[in-house]
Structure formats: structure tokens, C-alpha cells
Design a binder for this molecule. Structure first.
Ligand SMILES: *[C@@H]1O[C@H](CO)[C@@H](O)[C@H](O)[C@H]1NC(C)=O
Ligand SMILES: *[C@@H]1O[C@H](CO)[C@@H](O)[C@H](O)[C@H]1NC(C)=O
Ligand SMILES: *[C@@H]1O[C@H](CO)[C@@H](O)[C@H](O)[C@H]1NC(C)=O
Ligand SMILES: *[C@@H]1O[C@H](CO)[C@@H](O)[C@H](O)[C@H]1NC(C)=O
Ligand SMILES: *[C@@H]1O[C@H](CO)[C@@H](O)[C@H](O)[C@H]1NC(C)=O
Length: 358
């Protein structure tokens, strides 16, 4: 300690130091949330999971209820996602509902949106079993309402986001038209997703013609079509969403498990009888082009859209699909069992929503 520096100054300096350390500690959850990549991490065994038992979720879609459909193993229910650099906050339904009080959230997309919406409604219902919730469906719109908090969680089934229209020549998928968007206005939160239907051909293809830049065609390159549709969607968001009133999310690409070469299996290995997550993935699992397209496109937007970048964490969960336990024929390695992986997507959504000031 130099003679020229009075003892008093040292005391003041130490104070400042102590106070600033204290402040750093106080703001740590915020800092951790801001600095932490929720999407890099690993699955850890946690005996307190799952977050709910589907027997307590009366409105669960039968195809997601793997236990009820006879799935014999339960280990897949016991994994928690652990980001490398932070902890995900434990899901707290009441806390989330306080945040959402009086607000409306809409999931818009295909059955992966249904998967995530159902997961969230089950998570909320299970934690508040006394609530006088209502759930009903009208056409392609489902609404889950919790009157105690005046919270509505809606699901709009919409596989392509852009318009699909009945015309004289047949069903036309219109890459440059998004009149649909009118029904997305007035929500506090919008969570979009589209991908899985873009590659379907034959009987699973939903349209007869595709309209691109004013030209009606029998078919076109599907990645190009996907990119064009997403661009139409992004322009719609940029010119229609008031970001003071509405927060926009993109659900990200949910991976399938039909190709074991992505996780050191053989090409013919699928999700069937997989009872554990993969610990590692091969180069085959590197971000597929649809993921890159979404990321590029979101970067180009003026609206800050939060990407739920769930692809990689879900890629590890070869054990998470209904497979032969859907109650239907076939092998479903595309949707997810509930309870299960979409609960994690919602835990991350919760972490993002509650780490913000608003
Ligand atoms: C869910 O609850 C049912 C009925 O209480 C019980 O039989 C079943 O074992 C539970 N499932 C899990 C995965 O805990
Ligand atoms: C649900 O409705 C019943 C009957 O109207 C009422 O007695 C009960 O208090 C309500 N529950 C809550 C949590 O508001
Ligand atoms: C949803 O239903 C409405 C009314 O039935 C219909 O006009 C609209 O095209 C449907 N949207 C999608 C994406 O299926
Ligand atoms: C955007 O939303 C805010 C908050 O609801 C509102 O005050 C404002 O007027 C809106 N702006 C436009 C351009 O509609
Ligand atoms: C994003 O913007 C860049 C530069 O304008 C453009 O080259 C690129 O094609 C855009 N990407 C997408 C996916 O629209």
C-alpha cells in the first residue's frame, strides 16, 4: 500500500469493489440467461422427471400418449436437458401464468406445433389441476383457456404457412400468398413452424399445383419452394407484426429418426426399440439445409424472431418418438411421445419468456 494513497481511499475502493461484485451476483440469472446458449448441452438422467403423467392430462392426443399405447420402457421419460453453461430454470406453471396473465399465445404450424402446444397445455394443467380450464376445437383452430389467469393458448393447424387454396384446376399451394396471416393478428406471442410437409410426394402431397411468382406449376424444387414460402412469411411478419405488442418465435426444425447413420447405427436403424438417447451424433446429422435456410432467413428479418433452435438437442433423442406405440399402424419416428422432448422445448420457451423484463 503506497504512502501517497491514504487508507481512507482504500476503504472506499474496497467498498466499490464489494458493491459491484454484489450487483454482478444479483443480476446473475439475467446475465446467465443472456450469455447462455440454451441449445448446447446434454441430456442428464433426473429421477424427478417427467414433469407430468399423461393420465393427469385428459385432453392428450392419443397418438402422443406412448405409455397408454403400450410402450413398455420408461427410461425415456427421465431425462432433463442441461445446457453447458447454465441451468434451465425448473418449470413453474404459476410463474409462467403470472407472466402470461391476460395474454394470448398462438402456435401456428403442422403436427409438431400440435406436439408442443399439447405439451405446454399438459404442463400447465398438471400443475394447476384445480383450474377450470376449457379446451375446444373449431375447424383448424384449437383453444386451451385458463379462466383464472385469462390465458389462451391456441393452435392453428397450418402445415405450410403460405396459402393453400381450392381452385378449378385443383388444390394450389401459393408460395407468394399469405392471406392466412389475417388470423394471426392480435396475439401477444406467435410461435411458427413449417417444414415436414414440404418434401411429401404421392398420396401425402397436399396439393396438385404449386404457384411461384405468378406461375402455376405441376412441381418444383422443394427446397426452393420452402425458401420462397419462408421469405413470404418473413415479409408478412416484418410488415404486419407490431413488436411492441407481439413477440415472435420460430419453433425450429424438429428432426426425425429414420436413418441410424446419424447416430452410429446402420442406415436401416430407426427409432423403433430405442430406449436411450444418443450420446453422440455423426456428420450425417450435421445441420440439414432446412435448418440453414431458416437461420439465414431469420437473420435477414427486421423483426427480432427468437429461434427455438431445438434441432440438435432433439436429434440426440432417438428414444423419444412414439414409433410403434401410436395406437395406429406404422412407425412414427417424427412426432414425440408426451411426456417427452417437447416438454424441454417448452422449458426453454419458459426460460426465455421469464428471463425478459417485460
Ligand atoms: C402414471 O399414473 C398411472 C396411474 O396412477 C400409473 O399407473 C403410471 O405408472 C404412471 N406413469 C408414470 C410414467 O409414472
Ligand atoms: C371452478 O369452478 C367451480 C364451479 O364453478 C368453482 O367452485 C371453483 O372455485 C372454480 N375453481 C377455481 C380454481 O376457480
Ligand atoms: C383453416 O380453416 C379456415 C376455415 O375453415 C379456412 O378458410 C382456412 O383455409 C384453413 N387454414 C388452413 C391453413 O388450413
Ligand atoms: C404497437 O403496440 C403498442 C402496444 O400495444 C401500441 O401502443 C402501439 O400503438 C402499436 N403501434 C402501432 C403502429 O400499431
Ligand atoms: C438473406 O440476405 C442476403 C443478402 O441480402 C441474401 O443474399 C440471401 O439470399 C438472403 N437469405 C435468405 C434465406 O433469404
Amino acid at each position: 500500500m503506497g504512502d501517497g494513497f491514504p487508507r481512507f481511499c482504500w476503504i472506499v475502493l474496497s467498498w466499490i469493489l464489494i458493491i459491484s461484485i454484489h450487483q454482478v451476483q444479483l443480476s446473475e440469472p439475467q446475465a446467465a440467461a443472456a450469455g447462455c446458449d440454451y441449445f448446447q448441452g446434454s441430456w442428464v438422467f433426473d429421477k424427478t422427471y417427467p414433469l407430468y403423467n399423461t393420465t393427469d392430462c385428459p385432453f392428450i392426443e392419443k397418438e402422443f400418449d406412448c405409455q397408454a399405447n403400450g410402450r413398455p420402457d420408461q427410461l425415456y421419460l427421465k431425462y432433463r436437458w442441461k445446457p453447458n453453461d447454465c441451468m434451465l430454470p425448473r418449470f413453474n406453471a404459476e410463474d409462467l401464468l403470472r407472466k402470461l396473465k391476460g395474454k394470448k399465445m398462438m402456435f401456428i404450424g403442422d403436427s409438431l406445433s400440435l406436439n408442443q402446444w399439447q405439451s405446454l397445455t399438459c404442463m400447465l394443467h398438471t400443475f394447476l389441476p384445480q383450474s377450470n380450464y376449457t379446451v375446444h376445437r373449431e375447424g383448424n383452430l384449437s383453444t386451451f383457456h385458463l379462466p383464472e389467469y385469462e390465458v389462451s393458448l391456441m393452435l392453428s393447424r397450418n402445415a405450410f404457412l403460405v396459402d393453400i387454396v381450392q381452385e378449378k384446376i385443383g388444390t394450389v399451394l401459393k408460395l407468394d400468398s399469405i392471406k392466412n396471416g389475417e388470423s394471426w393478428k392480435g396475439y401477444d406471442f406467435l410461435i411458427f413452424n413449417t417444414w415436414h410437409w414440404w418434401l411429401h410426394t404421392g398420396r401425402k402431397q397436399q396439393w396438385d399445383f404449386i404457384e411461384s411468382r405468378g406461375k402455376v406449376k405441376k412441381d418444383m424444387d422443394r427446397m426452393a419452394a420452402y425458401t420462397e414460402a419462408l421469405r413470404t412469411w418473413s415479409k408478412w411478419v416484418d410488415s404486419n407484426v407490431n413488436t411492441t405488442a407481439t413477440q415472435v418465435f420460430f419453433q425450429g426444425i424438429s428432426p426425425t429418426h429414420f436413418n441410424g447413420e446419424e447416430w452410429y447405427g446402420t442406415k436401416s436403424t430407426t427409432c423403433t426399440h430405442q430406449i436411450r438417447p444418443a450420446t453422440d451424433l455423426t456428420d450425417e446429422s450435421d445441420p440439414p439445409p432446412e435448418v440453414t435456410i431458416v437461420k439465414e432467413l431469420l437473420k435477414n428479418m427486421s423483426t427480432p424472431v427468437v429461434l427455438l433452435d431445438i434441432t440438435r438437442l432433439s436429434q440426440l433423442r432417438k428414444d423419444g418418438h412414439p414409433s410403434i406405440y401410436t395406437g395406429l399402424k406404422g412407425n412414427d419416428c417424427s412426432h414425440w411421445c408426451l411426456a417427452g422432448v417437447p416438454d424441454t422445448w417448452n422449458e426453454i420457451l419458459y426460460a426465455i419468456l421469464t428471463s425478459r423484463k417485460t
